[in-house]
Structure formats: C-alpha cells, structure tokens
Design a protein around this ligand. Structure first.
Ligand code: ATP
Length: 265
C-alpha cells in the first residue's frame, strides 16, 4: 500500500502551517521528517492519520483518498503513534497491546486465543515480556513508548505514522526501536513515516530524509542509492539542507556517520 501526499495545504487555526507539500512513500520505505520545533511535523502526520483536515490537495492510500475511508478501514491501513498519548493508564501492558486488533473485530467480537499469542510474540520481539502484567501507570515513559510501538505493530497496518517515537528512549532503546521498525518495514513491506529530531538516527535508519522548513519541503535526501559515492553525496546534500534549516552555525563532522553509532548485532 503506497501513500501519496499530493500538493497539500494544512492549517492550524487560521495559520497555514504547510503548503505545496507532496510526497510519495512506497511500500518497504522508511521516510524520516526533520525540522525545527513548531515547523509542522506533527501537523503533517496528524493530517495523514486523518485527524486534521486537508485544506487543499489530498492524501491517498493507493487510489483511495484517506478522507473517504471509514474509520475502521483507515485503522486497518494506517497505524498512528502520537507524540503524547492520552490513554487510561490503568490498563495492563498486555491488554493495551491487545487493543491494537480492535479494527479487525466486529462490535460483538472478543479477541481470540491467537490474538493473545500474537501479543506474546510482539512482547518478546521488543524485549518487553517483563512488563506484560504491569499497568501503564507503573512503567517508565520510555517503556511506555516501546509499548505504544507494540500496540501499533499489533494493528498490522501497511502504513505506520510515528511522531517522535524515540523521544523518551535511552541510547540503546532508541536504536532497538528503530532497528525493529526497519526490520518490520522490510519483512512486512510497510510504508513508514517518522518525525524525528536526531539527524544521526535518521541517517542510520531512514531510506529518505525530508526536511521541512518555512511551511514547505526544503529538500529530500535519498540514502538508499547504490555505492559509497552516492551515499557520500547524499550526506553532503543533507548537511547543506540541515544548515539551511537549523542555521549556518550548526557544525557537523566531515563524515556525519563518524558520529557515535550503535550497531545492532
Ligand atoms: N492545537 C493547535 N492549535 C493551533 N496551533 C497549533 C496547534 N498545535 C500546534 N499548533 C501550531 O502549529 C505549528 C506546527 O506545530 P506542530 O506541532 O505541527 O510542529 P512540530 O514540527 O511537530 O513541532 P515539535 O518538533 O515541537 O513537536 C506551530 O506553529 C504550532 O504552534
């Protein structure tokens, strides 16, 4: 399932936050959006999730405009992980993750044994089994963020939208999170859009990086071209764009990948 964002304009209140923005995210592709605080990353992700109106242009899943989809159909195709979640924290981790299958249940239906087994699998894959009986109120902010990912994975949507999902995670967990996302993207052929602040993480895990600036797309950097020469050129372009977006005083290493990395074994 491909995501097509065609020439959209988005507003917050009476202010235009994004205009003339187009992007196509293919299946099996992870795109990272970078930009200053308040530049419009959340606005963009919320609009794609169908939670904010699109003032101009449209957003399509294959050929279907998202605005024409019923909530259930949308939830089967799009998993959205917001920056901050306002959930009832009295749920146990297991029950909360199980709720990811809600878009597949009819009104009278309850989860099956296979759904519970799937929760176990997801918990294992994310090294979260130790939390399964804990309540959301009893775990840390970073652990909660991992649990939100687990729930988004249970949803089995072909498009995942994640708004700064690594914000509360420690150094190791940030990498575990993005490594898992990359694996899921490859194995389940998902299209993933992620808002993130750290250009090093984006560089390490994304297939493309989009920089938002002054309501528009300042540029896109493709990181999956074959060969070292292409990658070096991509990094050169990325640094140029980052300087435009964040200011000339920002300094990066000559080779941005020589920053501290964590390589999952
Ligand atoms: N509920 C709201 N009502 C009105 N304006 C809003 C609302 N939420 C955000 N804005 C404004 O919309 C603009 C874009 O905000 P948005 O949250 O999309 O930025 P962001 O890039 O996600 O920022 P951050 O990196 O800080 O999370 C900002 O100017 C912000 O002040």
């Amino acid at each position: 399932m491909s995501l097509y964002i065609k020439n959209i304009k988005l507003k917050r209140g009476s202010n235009v936050v994004i205009e003339d923005f187009s992007l196509h995210i293919k299946q099996g592709e992870l795109v990272a959006v970078l930009g200053l605080n308040g530049i419009g990353k959340t606005t963009l992700i919320k609009a794609i999730a169908g939670l904010l109106p699109v003032v101009q242009g449209d957003i399509f899943l294959n050929n279907t405009p998202i605005s024409k989809m019923k909530p259930k159909e949308r939830a089967q195709n799009l998993a959205y992980m917001p920056q901050q979640m306002a959930y009832d924290l009295s749920y146990t981790v297991s029950d909360f993750i199980l709720m990811g299958i809600t878009p597949y249940l009819d009104f009278w239906q309850t989860p099956r044994r296979s759904d519970d087994e799937e929760v176990e699998k997801v918990l294992n894959a994310l090294n979260l089994s130790y939390l399964k009986a804990s309540r959301l109120s009893q775990i840390s902010g970073g652990e909660r963020q991992m649990v939100y990912l687990a729930r988004a994975l249970m949803q089995k949507a072909s498009v995942m939208l994640l708004d700064e999902p690594t914000a509360y995670l420690d150094f190791k967990r940030q990498h575990e999170f993005l490594h898992t996302l990359k694996k899921v993207k490859e194995q389940a052929n998902k299209a993933i859009l992620i808002a993130i602040h750290d250009p090093n993480l984006a560089l390490q895990y994304a297939d493309r990086i989009v920089i938002l600036h002054h309501k528009q797309m300042l540029g896109v950097v493709c990181l999956t071209e074959e060969g070292d020469k292409d990658r070096k050129e991509a990094k050169r372009v990325l640094i140029k764009l980052l300087k435009k977006a964040y200011g000339e005083e920002v300094e990066f290493n000559q080779d941005i990948e020589s920053s501290i990395l964590y390589r999952q074994k």
